[in-house]
Design a protein around this ligand. Structure first.
Ligand code: ZN
Length: 60
């Protein structure tokens, strides 16, 4: 559960927070007062296996 320290809004981490990508992290903004509550690291960059092939599009 996350709580907005500004307006008191509360919601689960997967709730109605506005998630904004911010570099290697994702900022969670309060949907009521737009205060940034927390920032969590993104986990979609170093997935083991699978997607690496997409990066190799050279026309060799
Ligand atoms: Zn708030």
């Amino acid at each position: 559960m996350l709580y907005c320290f500004d307006c008191g809004h509360e919601s689960p981490i997967e709730g109605d927070w506005n998630q904004r990508p911010n570099g290697d992290a994702v900022d969670y903004d309060c949907p009521v007062c737009r205060t940034t509550i927390t920032s969590r690291p993104r986990r979609d960059r170093h997935q083991p296996g699978g997607e690496a092939r997409l990066l190799h599009c050279s026309s060799d």
